[in-house]
Write a protein that binds this ligand. Structure first.
Ligand code: UD1
Length: 430
């Protein structure tokens, strides 16, 4: 089993110093790749993150009849999409990538039928699909679950409709939006997610010829068109990875310059760090975070964008564990995210969870221990907590982290962190 080993002799490590370049957002690139299915011809996506999920999505597109060429050295994928697509997304691929559910909308729009295995993905809660399916039903698709697959059919084609989401789900917004671009008539999608990755997807769809009004707002109006054309599109910078580096500086101290992320996409996060005592400077395509002393604790409530992102919640908790004061962390999006708190407690954090609230009392430093990553963000947050944990911290199951952070170890090393990849004995064998 692979893991990370972080050494932090006095529990204060060395202050971080340096620059990091952030690539394209995982949560955008995968959806842009799915969107390519809407247009026969060759789509090119640039600023592609160098992560395994991209290769899994490419294999899924190949399975659907496309020919994909991923070039990680140039951060580009070219996708040849045929006139006739296959409509079966098999479990062996889908289970490795929750985002593969986003082929459902495009397949329905192009083929009038889709069979997509029920996804797996991160171990962070039940992650239902009810809003995806209800929305697609409003557009004229019938769906059922059969042998572990979502089987959806729109025998008479898709038509425009009014769809109000119960909650601004990112995945449901994307799937319904993708289907609506080729539906007959106008779709009004209300209470949609406003994450920057959705605006990125809308930007690509508009360039392809889709008619979408209200981009960036809570209501999208989509006038269906008959055909879309392939384009070249650059993926938006990964705000979650950018935010991770901001928290790295906040936890370890020092000064980090982050390039490749729009600081407006991290508005509330950078504001909170600023108010806690960090010096944040914002640029057009990046930001800097300078931390000279222990920060003051702050409360966090996760909410859909522009609220505090749930994906950065574990980092906020790790920071609170070593900040001055007490913080209340409230998780409103994924109920199981607090599995992370138990691992953080193994590092000596004073954290008490009650339902979807956690109270974290800051300590000057933590204490190195063996911990396990349960998902991408929890894994990365444990490594950062390790920067403030006296002695050695090992984080097992590093593969989770590699799914979201290309070159994680190299980038941390570049900032002055003492970290390496290690082979760990299986926990059960120890
Ligand atoms: C996406 C991101 C994930 C991020 C999340 C919220 C990808 C690949 N993943 O996940 O990193 O944490 O947005 O910003 O882009 N829900 C339902 N029924 C549905 C749909 C969602 O109950 O039909 C629930 C989910 O269980 C969850 C909440 O709604 O509790 C939010 O989910 P959603 O916004 O859809 O997140 P994802 O698209 O899965």
């Amino acid at each position: 089993m692979e893991g990370f080993l972080v050494r932090s002799p006095g529990g204060q490590g060395r202050p971080l110093r340096g620059e990091v370049r952030v690539g394209g957002a995982k949560n955008s690139a995968l959806k842009l790749m799915a969107a390519s299915l809407l247009a026969p011809g060759t789509t090119t996506i640039t600023n592609l993150p160098d992560i395994l999920d991209v290769d899994v999505m490419a294999r899924l597109l190949d399975e659907l009849g496309c020919t994909t060429r991923v070039d990680h050295t140039r951060a580009v994928v070219e996708i040849d999409v045929p006139e006739e697509l296959a409509h079966h997304a098999p479990y062996q691929l889908v289970r490795r990538l929750r985002a593969s559910i986003s082929v459902l909308g495009p397949l329905l729009a192009r083929c009038g039928r889709a069979e997509v295995a029920l996804p797996g993905g991160d171990a962070i809660g039940s992650r239902g699909l009810d809003m995806h399916l209800e929305g697609l039903e409003r557009l004229g698709a019938e769906s059922r679950i059969e042998h572990g697959y979502v089987v959806a059919e729109a025998t008479a084609g898709l038509h425009g409709a009014e769809v109000g989401l119960e909650f601004p789900s990112v995945g449901a917004t994307e799937n319904i939006l993708l289907a609506a671009t080729l539906a007959d008539g106008t779709t009004v999608l209300d209470n949609v997610a406003r994450e920057p990755e959705i605006a990125d997807l809308c930007g690509m769809l508009v360039a392809m010829g889709a008619r979408i009004d209200g981009i960036g707002s809570g209501t999208l109006r989509v006038e269906g068109v008959r055909r879309l054309s392939p384009v070249e599109h650059a993926t938006v910078g990964d705000r979650i990875v950018g935010g991770t580096w901001a928290f790295a500086a906040a936890i370890a101290g020092g000064e980090v310059e982050v390039h490749g992320v729009d600081p407006a996409h991290l508005g509330i996060v950078l504001d909170k760090l600023d108010r806690a005592g960090a010096q944040v400077t914002r640029h057009e395509h990046g930001f800097g975070v300078r931390v000279e002393r222990r920060l003051r604790s702050f409360d966090v409530v996760t909410l859909p964008f522009p609220g505090f992102p749930t994906d950065l919640q574990p980092f906020a908790m790790a920071l609170a564990a070593v900040s001055d004061g007490t913080a209340m962390v409230t998780e409103n999006v994924f109920e199981a995210r607090f599995m992370f708190a138990q691992e953080l407690a193994r590092l000596g954090a004073d954290v008490h969870v009650d339902g979807h609230h956690a109270v974290v009392r800051g300590r000057p430093r933590l204490s190195g221990a063996e911990v396990v990553a349960h998902d991408i963000r929890a894994g990365a947050a444990l490594v950062l907590a390790g920067l403030a944990a006296e002695g050695e911290t090992t984080v097992a199951d590093s593969f989770h982290v590699d799914r979201g952070y290309p070159g994680f170890v190299e980038q941390l090393t570049g900032l002055g962190v003492d970290i390496e990849r290690v082979e760990l004995a299986d926990l059960d064998d120890r």
